[in-house]
Design a protein around this ligand. Sequence first.
Ligand SMILES: N[C@@H](CCC(=O)N[C@@H](CS)C(=O)NCC(=O)O)C(=O)O
Length: 233
Amino acid sequence: MSENKSAQPKVTLHWLNQSRAQRIVWLLEELNLDYDIECHIRNSAMLAPEGSQSLHPLGKFPIVVVGDRVLAESGFIIEYFVDKFGPQLKPSDEDSLLRYKYFLHYAEGSLMPPMLVGIVVENINKASVPFFIKPLINMITGGVETRFLKPNYKTHFDFLEAELSSRPYLAGEEFSGADIMISFQLAAAKRVCGLSKEEYPKLFEYMERCESREACKRAYKKTKEMEAAGTKL
Ligand SMILES: N[C@@H](CCC(=O)N[C@@H](CS)C(=O)NCC(=O)O)C(=O)O
């Protein structure tokens, strides 16, 4: 039994399909911890199922129960587990450590907000509305896309491309918890923001480097059936 496993309290990950909880499966696999997964499936409105707030007042996933503690917020969960069980996922030199902390916050704090607006705009564009309202909606969402979304996406992706041109991982020479943290946003960026390999080759090389890790592959294998259950609803 590994040192992590012998010292650890019981860990239960509450996982929601198509959500940020995927990165916590990856984290727990990287740390080689024993854990259970409780699977929750989004309802037809793509929201968390009823009863989620009995786990945590916000009812947002991921939620992790460690012993008698309930943890929420991906960044905090990653920080907690890395500090307690995963020194290998936290850089030791000061510059890399500062970047690790910065990117842990950056993923949800700066990169996610414009992407959320993008997801809302995408849903508005897809909504069925009376034909005579459609041109007005197109004008509004088109304006948001041109004036807000595209310039913001460009700023973020140019920034990340430049960062990853000088080192293999976000924090430095070694893979860290920050790389797990940003994985959800980057996966969503390919789908929602048109992030392309042609425009951002370093960013794509980086994603491939991270996704080729055995723990990442195990995490996807582990949740594949649960994701399939979500799409059947
Ligand atoms: N900042 C939080 C966001 C949590 C969050 O919004 N999770 C989404 C899934 S990606 C959720 O639970 N959505 C279901 C709902 O809003 O009903 C984190 O990083 O953990």
